[in-house]
Write a protein that binds this ligand. Structure first.
Ligand code: NDP
Length: 249
């Protein structure tokens, strides 16, 4: 039996990497809904793969007017929303010695402000008893070179899961966070010159306790669990899905 039959989901950043893996996994359990991003090309190619039960919405998650449009459009098309995945986000800025104010503000807007207001703007359109899934990062737990500000934003996102769950107790909306480790997505490729990507992935796999880097489907399966009634007793929780890299290596 499908665990998410006809549940309506919105996945920000669902047109790439982890977000697309989550959209595929939710769909495989019967969910319908919307993916959100800014690149129309990848929105269209993702919708072609997800099929008619999903729509693509071109919107900037750092813009509150865009966010209101996302949830209005989704609920007009599918009815009230059951699952929100606040996944859109991006990586490193640099060290404390060299990060500009502009880059600092950009990171806060994308990784923190967008998560806060994605949830706020979704609430009027959500069913009570729904599930909100935030995406953290193992960089919130361990200092990696140049990932300090990024890690701090993700540590705040992990705290948001507790704070938002507390704020939303009266509506029984559960907010939990998935914390991925290194996962094979286009974002990972951005940090490495094209000709070195395969060698770097092989190196990463060899130093990962589990012997491989993560796949978007690993995060997708965890999202199905948190979206479904299987996790109905969990709120404010963090699930570390990192192949052991954060604490075991
Ligand atoms: P990708 O670069 O593959 O995907 C990022 C997604 O976010 C894209 O769909 C992008 O869409 C969307 N996005 C970025 N900025 C905006 C914006 N302003 N408005 C709307 N959409 C936006 O990255 P990943 O899949 O790797 O990352 C997804 C999440 O997972 C992020 O939060 C990241 O921090 C986290 N993460 C990733 C890890 C990894 O190793 N890959 C490890 C730990 C956490 P578009 O370009 O169309 O705007």
């Amino acid at each position: 039996m499908e665990k998410l039959k006809n549940k309506v989901a919105v996945i920000t950043g669902g047109n790439s990497g982890i977000g697309f893996g989550i959209a595929e996994a939710l769909k495989s359990e019967g969910a319908v809904g919307a993916i959100v991003g800014r690149n129309q090309g990848t929105i269209d190619s993702s919708i072609a793969l997800l099929g008619d039960n999903f729509i693509g919405i071109n919107a900037d998650v750092t813009n509150l007017t865009d966010l209101e449009r996302v949830f209005k459009e989704t609920s007009e098309k599918f009815g009230k929303i059951d699952v929100i995945v606040a996944n859109a986000g991006a990586g490193t800025t640099g060290t404390v010695a060299d990060t500009s104010e502009a880059d600092y503000n950009k990171m806060i807007d994308l990784n923190l402000k967008s998560v806060y207001f994605t949830v706020q703007k979704a609430l009027p359109y959500m069913n009570d008893g729904g599930s909100v899934i935030l995406i953290g990062s193992n960089a919130a737990h361990r200092a990696y070179p140049s990932f300090g500000l990024y890690g701090a934003t993700k540590a705040a996102v992990i705290f948001f899961a507790k704070a938002f769950s507390n704020d939303l107790l009266d509506r029984k909306i559960r907010v939990n966070v998935i914390t991925p480790g290194t996962t094979d997505t286009p974002a990972f490729d951005k940090f490495v010159p094209a000709e070195q990507i395969e060698a770097v992935k092989t190196h990463f796999a060899s130093v990962m306790p589990i012997g491989r880097i993560g796949q978007p489907s690993d995060i997708g399966k965890t999202a199905v669990f948190l979206a479904s009634d299987d996790s109905s007793f969990m709120l404010g929780a963090e699930l570390l899905v990192d192949g052991g890299m954060t604490y075991l290596s």
